[in-house]
Design a protein around this ligand. Sequence first.
Ligand SMILES: [Zn+2]
Length: 424
Amino acid sequence: VENRVVLQLSRPITDYTVNSARMREDFEALSEIGATPDDGVDRVALSHQDWQARLWFADRVYDAHLMQADDDAANLSGVLRCRQPDARTLLVGSHLDSVPNGGRFDGAIGIVAGLECLRTLREHDLQLPFHLELINFTDDEGTWHSLFGARAVAGMLPPDVTSEARIENAAFSAALARVGLRLRDVVSARRDPASLAGYLELHIEHGTRLERAGISIGVVTDIVGRTTYDIVFHGAAGHSGTTDMYKRRDALRGAAQFITRAHDLVRARYGDGIFNCGDVAVEPGKYNIIPSKAALTIELRHVSESLMSDMEMAMIQIARECAAVHGLTVDVKPVIHMPAAAMSPAFIQTIESCCDTLDLSHMRLVSYAGHAAQVLSQITPCAMIFVPSTGGVGHAPAEFTPWEDIEAGANALLHTILALAAAE
Ligand SMILES: [Zn+2]
């Protein structure tokens, strides 16, 4: 194509850096929106605070002379347009929403760093061979539906999420209606994969691996897969005092044994696997009645899809054994399956060589938390840059990342964009 844009730098590559002070002002201003007394933020998706953050974001996009864009899933973007209209789009993103009583850094640093990258590139008047779009994904934290905005873009929202006929969706539908969106239209937020050049995100680690290693940049290789199951043990209620101890069909006893055995098995046989059971409902739920029903929700995570399915089979087997031993029946129902996602090997190498150029220490990591890249990797090459979380705290007001690390992460992001532009 004759009009193809080719990146041309007028200065040595290391001269291109973000304006750390300006980015910090943005971060401080954003931290005020939905601020809680203990230095956290509360910006639950589609809440008043979330909308305030979006208005703030839209103003910054306007001030930076970027183009504003949104879609039918309420994703909100600032775009640095390529002068070649049919060019592909490189997405850079994160999220402005938080968990209830969350931290200031999760999601927010990806947005302010992305904004700073777009501003810096625009100020240098660099012509990129792709549209560069900074996107704020709706409900990344799953207040309504986990990774909602990213799944809409990937065209991966199951019909039960977007059906207006389902009574369970009424409140979500109303929340979207307040901003002029209709649940049934969300599917049109899907992007054509051919229109995308990739997705990049800067995020906090939510763990202690970087801090312990004294390294400022984590290059994510994979995001773990995650499966949840509803497991219900059925026994028989009875008088707690008069029923023979050896003839009880105690549903909670079966459930308790299952939980303990599941933990032991994952530790013994699946070293990198995760098991969690944080939700147990017992019926009738009285101290003097033998439990007739124990309903659990369990979660499994693993970076390998094949070991994940091994682990799932093993859980089902244990549940059946625990039921049999205690004269119970058990129902096992899979609920959510998010497959493990591999990041783009080419993007991983690009980030690493940019870190070398910038003299930033880096290491490869697996992400044990879910992120937009997990779903977007199904339609476009993805990569994530992690920065340290002090003490590994995440999803809490005490969340903290030293500013030097955020600045380093933003520069790694900027240079990755430049390197991808040079390679396009
Ligand atoms: Zn996040």
